[in-house]
Design a protein around this ligand. Structure first.
Ligand code: 13P
Length: 274
C-alpha cells in the first residue's frame, strides 16, 4: 500500500530532482539469471508499494543480458529502466568487440555508464576517450551516467574534489548546455571495499561537482542534473547519503545483485526526512 500523499511529500527529497537508484551489475549474471533477478526485483518493489514518481530505478546488466532484460521490461510493463555499462565512441564500423550507441538505442536502453573507474584503470580510458563516449551517448539519445572519482592517493595529494572535478570538466568538453546526463561520484577507494565514503565526504564532492557543472554548462544544468554517489552503498547506509542536498541517488555495485537488498535501497524515502 502506498503512503498517504502528505507523508510521501514529507519523505520525498526537496530538490526537484527525481532520485535515481541504479544497479551496476558489472560482469555478473548470465541472461537467465538476469531475467530471474529483474522479475524478483519487480515483484519485491511492487510488494513495497514502489512508486516510480518518487524514485527511479535502473539496472545495468552485461551486454549479453540486455535483450532479455528489454523484452521482460517491455512485455510486463515493469517500472524499471535499463542501460549498458559502456559504449564505443564510434557509431559503427570495424571495431571488433565494441558496442555502439545506435546498437544500444535500438534495444530501447535509456542509459549508458561512461568512464567507470574500472574502465579507466583496466582499459586505460583517458579523459579524452571518456569525453568522446559521453558525446557518442548523447548523439544516440542515450543518457550518459558519467563516473568520476579519486583514488586514495589522489585524495591524499590533491584533496577530495580536485580529480573528480577535473574528470568532469574534461568529459563535458563539447557537451551542449541542454544535455541530459547523470553524474556519478564514485571514490575509487570506496568501490567494492566495504568502506563507503561518509555522507559528509560524498556531499562535499557532489557539491563541488555541481558547482563545476554550473560553470561549464550553466545554472539550469547544474540545478537539473542528478549526481549519484557510488561505492559500497548498502541498505544500511543509503538513507544517510540521500539526506545530503547534492546527492540525488546511488550507483550500486555488489548490493544490486540481490533483489531484496537492492529493493531495500530503493525504499530509502521511508527512512529519510530532510
Ligand atoms: P560497490 O557498490 O560494489 O562498491 O560498487 C560500486 C560501483 O562501482 C558501482 O558502479
Amino acid at each position: 500500500m502506498k503512503a498517504p500523499r502528505s507523508a510521501r511529500r514529507d519523505a520525498a527529497p526537496q530538490t526537484g530532482r527525481l532520485p535515481l537508484i541504479a544497479g551496476n551489475w558489472k560482469m555478473n549474471l548470465d541472461h537467465l539469471q538476469a531475467i530471474a533477478l529483474v522479475q524478483k526485483l519487480a515483484w519485491t518493489l511492487q510488494d513495497h508499494g514502489y512508486d516510480e514518481r518518487i524514485v527511479e530505478v535502473a539496472v545495468f546488466p552485461p551486454f549479453t543480458d540486455l535483450r532479455s532484460v528489454q523484452t521482460l521490461i517491455s512485455a510486463d510493463r515493469l517500472p524499471l529502466r535499463f542501460g549498458a555499462q559502456d559504449l564505443s565512441p564510434h557509431a559503427s564500423g570495424a571495431y571488433t568487440g565494441d558496442i555502439s550507441g545506435p546498437l544500444l538505442k535500438a534495444l530501447d536502453a535509456t542509459y549508458v555508464i561512461v568512464g567507470h573507474s574500472e574502465r579507466r584503470s583496466l582499459h586505460a580510458e583517458t579523459d579524452q576517450v571518456v569525453g568522446a563516449k559521453v558525446r557518442a551517448a548523447l548523439d544516440s539519445a542515450l543518457v550518459p551516467v558519467l563516473c568520476v572519482g579519486e583514488t586514495a592517493e589522489d585524495r591524499e595529494q590533491q584533496g577530495a574534489s580536485a580529480v573528480p572535478v577535473a574528470q568532469l570538466r574534461a568529459a563535458l568538453d563539447g557537451v551542449p548546455a541542454d544535455a541530459d546526463l547523470v553524474v556519478a561520484y564514485e571514490p575509487v577507494w570506496a568501490i567494492g571495499s566495504g568502506q563507503a565514503a561518509t555522507p559528509e565526504q560524498a556531499q562535499e564532492v557532489c557539491t563541488a561537482l555541481r558547482v563545476a557543472l554550473g560553470e561549464v554548462l550553466g545554472a539550469e544544468a547544474a540545478d537539473r542534473t542528478r549526481i549519484l554517489y557510488g561505492g559500497s552503498v548498502k541498505r544500511d547506509n543509503i538513507a544517510d547519503f540521500m539526506r545530503q542536498a547534492d546527492v540525488d541517488g546511488a550507483l550500486v555495485g555488489g548490493a544490486s545483485l540481490d533483489a531484496a537488498g537492492f529493493a531495500d535501497i530503493v525504499r530509502f524515502p521511508k527512512h529519510v526526512t530532510r
